[in-house]
Design a binder for this molecule. Structure first.
Ligand SMILES: [Zn+2]
Length: 454
């Protein structure tokens, strides 16, 4: 397909400066990896591929700020799991993101490793001796996928000695890595919180790009540090609500950190992989909590709690700010990357809503199946609702681990099912109940508080 693509006659969703989104009837021109024009009646010329977007809604790619990309082979196992059940099953699969065609920041993970599956035991040394060298090797060849995939770090070991953390992150900084993500959890009374430790170790600074996932237990000083240092929080409402991880922070009235919030899917082996689904879940939960307060007092709320627009901003422009890429992604604007999704406005779940208010139609009515086209870096990755084969460049072949230059979704499915088979075989040999306790203890959870009755 030609380098220039003209998306003709669609409804383009743009953000105003106050983050309000609205649909405008316009054409959108992609030149290479960038959006170069958004306006009505853009003329076509030789070398421009015209894509008819009549009855389509054109939106920016959503931003997911917290996803465990490796765990697809574990789908179907966690629908009724709480966090301790989940922890023991999640450490068994890994795969690269490079061949996906997505834009992503790959968080190289320094966390604990399984030494033995049966009996289950974790390695007592939290940071593997080879981990930093492996990261250095990766950093020497990053970014990957023509710049789509950059390196970050995922780290949860804030309980480790301070000098060890400081030295590790000094090394990470020299590698040019700026993104750090962590699962936020509360600390025992009298001990610094993980956010205080990150700050005192020089990891959380105004220059850093830090994303705290599941930060539902922030103490007042944590909130102050988050705001002062411009850190962002990743709320993953579906998983957090299922697994007893507290009230999703993004709309928590007690914490007031919505301006520093974004959305993530977290574990796509537990819930649907959809940022729209997280927008809806965050809204429904916060509205339920709010309405219940009025009901408990024998009253009715006079206005709705939080809006569709606020939820849409969390999954788009605020997500881009969370990863420090708000000048490149998170909204449709001239000069930004052409990361675009196209909804079918006539699809059964979208029709009438999309014509009246496309933002509400997306947030409240859409399903992933209504997305008919997806562009990443201006490259068409999904067309007519189907994923297209992915071209692997010779530079990426080493990272991806395949010699073929083209990977189709059917190739991926065959490998995924093979992976799933081997994972299931290993899980069958595991004493899950015994391993659950060990996994929780290794991650600092107090298993004595787990109870069936209050
Ligand atoms: Zn997570």
């Amino acid at each position: 397909m030609a380098e220039k693509k003209l998306l003709k006659n669609g409804v383009v969703i743009i953000h105003d400066t106050d983050d309000t989104a609205r649909g405008v009837r316009a054409d959108l021109l992609i030149d290479g990896d960038k959006i170069t024009q958004i306006k009505p009646d853009i003329g076509s010329s030789a070398g421009v591929t015209v894509i008819d977007c009549t009855d389509k809604v054109i939106a920016p790619g959503f931003i997911d700020t917290h996803r465990h990309m490796y765990n697809i082979a574990l789908r179907g196992r966690h629908g009724d799991d709480l966090l301790p059940d989940y922890l023991v099953k999640a450490k068994v699969a890994i795969s690269a993101t490079v061949a996906s065609g997505l834009r992503s920041i790959y968080g190289y993970c320094f966390n604990g490793r399984v030494d033995s599956w049966s009996p289950f035991s974790l390695n007592p040394s939290f940071i593997a001796p080879f981990a930093l060298d492996a990261l250095k090797r990766l950093a020497s060849s990053a970014p990957f996928g023509n710049g789509r995939i950059t390196l970050g770090v995922a780290f949860d070991g804030w309980f480790l000695p301070k000098d060890m953390i400081v030295s590790l992150f000094q090394n990470i900084k020299t590698l040019g890595i700026r993104h750090v993500t962590t699962h936020n959890s509360s600390s025992p009374p009298g001990r610094p919180t993980s956010i205080e430790t990150m700050h005192s170790c020089g990891v959380l600074t105004p220059d850093s790009t830090v994303i705290l996932a599941h930060a539902n237990n922030l103490a007042p000083n944590d909130i102050k540090l988050v705001k002062e240092n411009g850190a962002y929080l990743s709320s993953t409402p579906s998983v957090e609500l299922q697994m007893g991880m507290g009230t999703p922070i993004c709309f928590d009235p007690a914490r007031d950190v919505q301006a520093n919030s974004s959305l993530g899917v977290d574990c796509h082996n537990v819930v649907l992989t959809s940022i729209v689904s997280e927008m809806r879940c965050a809204l429904a939960h916060s509205r339920s909590m709010y309405n219940d307060k009025f009901r408990a007092a024998g009253k009715m709320a006079a206005q709705i709690n939080h809006t569709v627009q606020e939820a849409y901003a969390l999954g788009t422009i605020q997500g881009a700010r969370a990863v420090g890429l708000e000048n490149e992604i998170g909204s449709l604007a001239v000069g930004k990357k052409a990361d675009i999704i196209v909804f079918d406005a006539l699809a059964p779940s979208m029709i009438c809503g999309a014509q009246h208010d496309p933002i509400t139609a997306i947030v409240m009515h859409s399903t992933p199946g209504d997305i008919v086209m997806t562009f990443v870096d201006g490259i068409l990755r999904k067309d007519a609702g189907k994923l297209l084969p992915m071209q692997i460049t010779s530079e990426d072949a080493e990272v991806v681990g395949v010699k073929d230059t083209m990977i189709s979704w059917s190739d991926v499915t065959r490998n995924l099912l093979k992976t799933q088979e081997s994972v299931q075989a290993r899980l069958k040999k595991l004493d899950l109940e015994a391993a659950k306790k060990d996994a929780c203890t290794a991650l600092g959870m107090d298993t004595s508080i787990i109870t069936s009755k209050l």
